[in-house]
Design a protein around this ligand. Structure first.
Ligand code: GDP
Ligand code: MG
Length: 439
């Protein structure tokens, strides 16, 4: 399968200390073939390979990564991007219920996925009303009712004599009146796309203004799934895709081309027949599943964070100015240690670098350990009310932490300076907002 092919290509790259342009070319040729054989749309494949090549060839190679790993990293990132980059969450109605319409060809898993979604919401303590809108296939209504019973979830039905448009409208009305969080409308599919089906789906859409129109596609159908998605999207306007039967022997092509061709994100994947077999779709996880490189990825991440460390250390001083109590302060220190979300936090703050006095709070690694020991020797009350730290308390803390009273004094002074700076900073931020609002 695709995964095995990609994994063996990546393995070859991984072992290489040096990667020549010819190596990259060869690897990309193999990637291209693997993708095509997995039934990924050829235009998608072409663009993908070009993007990877461009990035790899033109790129400055990161110090801590071997070039082989660097190529893998790029492939992984581009695969992720291909599938939408970020996880795409369900739209939520401003006022309940959120209306979800399930559409797709026959046998793709609309009814099953409706039940799975109801189960998914149930786990979040949300109530769902299932609406039996497939009046054409024999026993379709019964199928949903059985599913509903097993999930302890109500099913709204008007039998098979009423039109699906009316059923959908009345179902949504009922859900609204009875305060359901979600209403999921199961609809009929055909073996092929036809005008009549689309016409009816459009009418339902007009009647209930769904927050989500989810196309259910069968991953096993490869390219076809993508063509179906394209035409449903053109005629109906989709908000997302549920890709089913990923547990089966699929070649994976659909997952890779749906987003690229239709610009419609995959929101969930079905991985089995049971009602629990539904997962939110994470492009990055899918990419690393395809490349079979959970371990390699963590390795790469580690190497990368080692590179970022220099930068992080540079920022660490600034960060520590943004805390209030000694507890926050200690937290921050620990985060700095782990090289955690420092960068994220900083990027949310305007103009940190320009703050006055930042130079005075430089702390080296040895000092960090000392600071931590001192704070750990404080009582909870002392941590949140530093003003009570009188001479005898300071002496006790110094003894408890194996430091000197001078060390403790210095830390408290530093802490107070930071607080002052913090105030300055908040005022600065406020001033900015005001300016924005005014102009
Ligand atoms: P519908 O015609 O679109 O409503 O399709 P159904 O929900 O009736 O499903 C058709 C068949 O596909 C049933 O046998 C389901 O059990 C099966 N099915 C649906 N989703 C999945 C899935 O994610 N994995 C597997 N293995 N089977 C699935
Ligand atoms: Mg059905």
């Amino acid at each position: 399968g695709l995964s095995e092919r990609m994994q063996s290509i990546m393995r070859k790259l991984r072992g290489k200390g040096k990667v020549t342009e010819a190596d990259v070319k060869e690897a990309m040729r193999e990637v291209r073939l693997a993708l095509l054989e997995a039934d990924v749309n050829f235009r998608v494949v072409r663009d993908f390979v070009n993007r990877v090549k461009e990035r790899v060839v033109g790129q400055e190679v990161m110090r801590s990564l071997t070039p082989g790993q660097q190529v893998i990293k790029v492939v992984n990132e581009e695969l992720t991007q291909l599938m939408g980059g970020e996880r795409s969450k369900l739209n939520q109605a401003l006022r309940s219920p959120t209306v979800i319409m399930m559409v797709g060809l026959q046998g793709t898993g609309k009814t099953t996925s409706s039940g799975k979604l109801a189960r998914y919401f149930q786990k979040q303590n949300r109530r769902t009303l299932l609406v039996a809108g497939d009046v054409y296939r024999p026993a379709a209504i019964r199928q949903l009712e059985v599913l509903g019973e097993s999930l302890d979830t109500p099913v709204f039905s008007l039998g098979d004599q009423e039109s699906p448009v009316v059923i959908a409208r009345r179902g949504v009305e009922k859900a609204r009146e009875e305060g359901f969080d979600y209403v999921i409308i199961d609809t009929a599919g055909r073996l092929h796309i036809d005008e009549e089906m689309m016409g009816e789906l459009r009418k339902i859409r007009e009647q209930v203004s769904p927050d989500e129109i989810l196309l259910v596609v069968d991953a096993m159908t490869g390219q076809d799934a993508v063509n179906v998605a394209e035409s449903f999207n053109q005629q109906l306007g989709l908000t997302g895709v549920v890709l089913t039967k990923l547990d089966g022997d699929t070649r994976g092509g659909a997952a890779l081309s749906v987003k690229a061709v239709t610009d419609c994100p995959i929101k969930f994947v079905g991985t089995g027949e049971k009602t629990d077999a539904l997962e939110p779709f994470f492009p990055d996880r899918m990419a690393s599943r395809i490349l079979g490189m959970g371990d390699v990825l963590t390795l790469i991440e580690k190497a990368q964070s080692a590179v970022d460390q220099e930068k992080a250390r540079d920022l660490e001083r600034k960060m520590r100015t943004l805390t209030f109590t000694f507890d926050d302060f200690l937290d921050q220190l620990q985060q700095v240690r782990k090289m955690g979300p420092l960068e994220d936090m900083l990027s949310m703050l305007p103009d940190v670098g320009q703050m006055k006095g930042l130079k005075n709070v430089q702390v080296d690694e040895k000092q960090l350990v000392r600071v931590e020991a001192i704070i750990r020797s404080m009582t909870p009350q002392e941590k949140s009310h530093p003003e009570i730290l009188n001479a005898s308390r300071r002496k006790r803390i110094a003894r408890g932490s194996g430091t000197t009273v001078q060390d403790v004094n210095r830390l408290i002074k530093q802490f107070n300076d930071m607080k002052k700076m913090m105030k300055q900073f908040t005022q600065m931020a406020k001033g900015k907002k005001k300016k924005k609002r005014g102009g």
